[in-house]
Design a protein around this ligand. Structure first.
Ligand code: PLP
Length: 479
């Protein structure tokens, strides 16, 4: 492919994507294909000879698109949003177009420094304490990880390293192999699956402590768990607090968990993957009260801030903790000496290589402005409230807990079986897509406002699908 063909292919793809966005409402949100459909359709071997881009694009339209679940459809209400925008797509193109790997400052100075700048911008917009910012006088700063899962794992590995060093400093006769199996991590039973997985990957027992009836991990529960474990000779090491759980978008009280962690000298990581973006709106910052106690804090701009996957923004109070845990030297990496203010980001993450992810965060923040991003978050929350209002006017449904952010959980009063049936039928029809959750041991359906340009009419459409299907399942039950 030469430059001219690249221009033609690129222009055709941009047109295709613009049409895709403009006409997204015409498509069913879920594809109507069976497992294995694409495996059967595509050749078993890679082409031996170069092919024409027009043929590639034709196959994209004929074979790939029919197998797409349309995450960017206004009828997509599952999981949590995954962000995109024209601004971010352009940022991704620039990133891929330059294809630099910014593991050190020298490897591409702009890649490192734009990350420092955008992470300071975003940290300030969120109202994070100064200590988390590279622009403060201390050793704090931000780094863009690929996912919230990675951020949680990075926090765990750093906490482990820090605890082992501290214990050996206090008693040089202890062997680290004796300490490591005794370390324990804690979170709530409402945590995202990725938090539990971080324990598996980092070889640390992860206790899922019982959340209260509102899905929040309380300080007393954590304190008791620390005490129980200490009595058994175990060593509390790492806590993951959840701001916006995946199930019901509940917020752990950091102001309770923080002091318990401080007192025990245990690393506190905050997983605010979805809901954290809302802190750019000052009226929601009360939900992170106590954040000053955290050691690390993470949100996903790739969820609710119009940035394409992957872009997970993590801040730490002390970058040296990461460097001590992850610094491995080689002569080929021995370039210009920088300091904590201009990080060699390879020490702040798991892989060596890293993409220029700050580029898309930068294009999004520039093209939307803080006000544009705030407006969208407020609009989504208002639309979720609107949906809840429609649903509450129908006495067959129960909305609980109180809607939080862009999430509304509901069930049919008829019980779990009929609620499950409702979700199954709606999924089969492919017009709207939601997934299940639980609240106080009851089966719930989660409805999330995901699409960035969702309008009131879109909510009306989805509500109509749900209401009409409820007519069917409720009648079925009677007969
Ligand atoms: N934490 C929470 C609360 C989430 O809701 C999710 C995903 O929805 C994650 C973590 C995982 O995010 P990622 O896919 O970026 O690892």
């Amino acid at each position: 492919m030469n430059a001219q063909q690249f221009r033609e292919f690129g222009t055709a793809v941009i047109d295709l994507l613009a049409d895709y966005v403009e006409n997204i409402r015409d498509r069913d949100v879920l594809p109507s294909v069976e497992p294995g459909y694409l495996l059967n359709e595509l050749p078993e071997n890679a082409p031996e000879q170069p092919e024409d881009w027009k043929d590639v694009l034709k196959d994209f339209n004929q074979a790939i698109l029919p197998g797409i679940t349309h995450w960017q459809s206004p009828r997509f209400h599952a999981f949590y949003p995954t962000g995109t925008s024209y601004a971010s797509i352009i940022g991704s193109m620039l990133c891929d177009g330059l294809s630099v790997v910014g593991f050190s400052w020298m490897a591409s100075p702009a890649c490192t420094e734009l990350e420092v700048v955008t992470m300071n911008w975003l940290g300030k917009l969120l109202g994070l304490p100064e200590e988390f910012l590279n622009s403060s006088s201390g050793p704090g700063g931000g780094v863009i990880q690929g996912s919230a899962s990675e951020a949680t794992l990075v926090g765990l590995l750093v906490a482990k390293d820090k605890t082992v060093r501290k214990l050996i400093r206090n008693d040089s006769t202890i062997d680290e192999d004796i300490i490591k199996p005794k370390l324990v991590a804690y979170t709530s039973d409402q945590c995202n699956s990725s938090v539990e997985k971080a324990g598996l990957l980092g070889s640390m027992k992860m206790r899922l402590l019982k959340a209260d009836a509102d899905g929040r991990l309380r300080g007393e529960t954590l304190k008791r768990a620390f005490e129980e474990d200490r009595e058994q000779g175990l060593i509390p090491c790492y806590v993951v607090a959840n701001l916006g759980t995946t199930g019901t978008c509940a917020f752990d009280p950091l102001y309770e968990l923080g002091p318990v962690c401080k007192e025990a000298d245990v690393w506190l990581h905050v997983d605010a993957a979805y809901a954290g973006a809302a802190f750019i709106c000052p009226e929601y910052r009360h939900l992170m009260k106590g954040v000053e106690h955290a050691d690390s804090f993470d949100i996903n701009p790739h969820k609710w801030m119009n940035v394409c996957f992957d872009c997970s923004a993590m801040w730490v109070k002390n970058g040296y903790d990461l460097i001590r845990a992850f610094d491995v030297q080689r002569i080929y990496l021995d370039d210009v000496q920088t300091d904590i203010k201009i990080p060699d980001y390879r020490h702040w993450q798991i892989p060596l290589g890293r993409r220029f992810r700050a580029m898309k965060l930068w294009t999004v923040m520039r093209i939307y402005g803080a006000e544009g991003l705030r407006n969208q978050i407020r609009k989504h929350i208002d639309l979720a409230q609107y949906f809840a209002k429609l649903m509450r006017a129908d006495d067959r449904f129960l909305v609980e807990p109180e809607p939080s952010m862009g999430l509304v959980c509901f069930r049919l009063k008829g019980g779990d079986t009929i609620t499950k049936k409702l979700l199954e039928n709606l999924t089969k029809k492919r017009k709207i897509f939601m997934v299940a959750g639980t609240y106080r041991d009851r089966y719930m359906i989660r409805f999330v406002v995901c699409y960035r340009l969702t309008r009131k009419e879109d909510i009306d459409y989805s509500w109509k699908q749900i209401r009409d299907e409820a007519d069917c399942v409720c009648t079925d039950k009677i007969h």
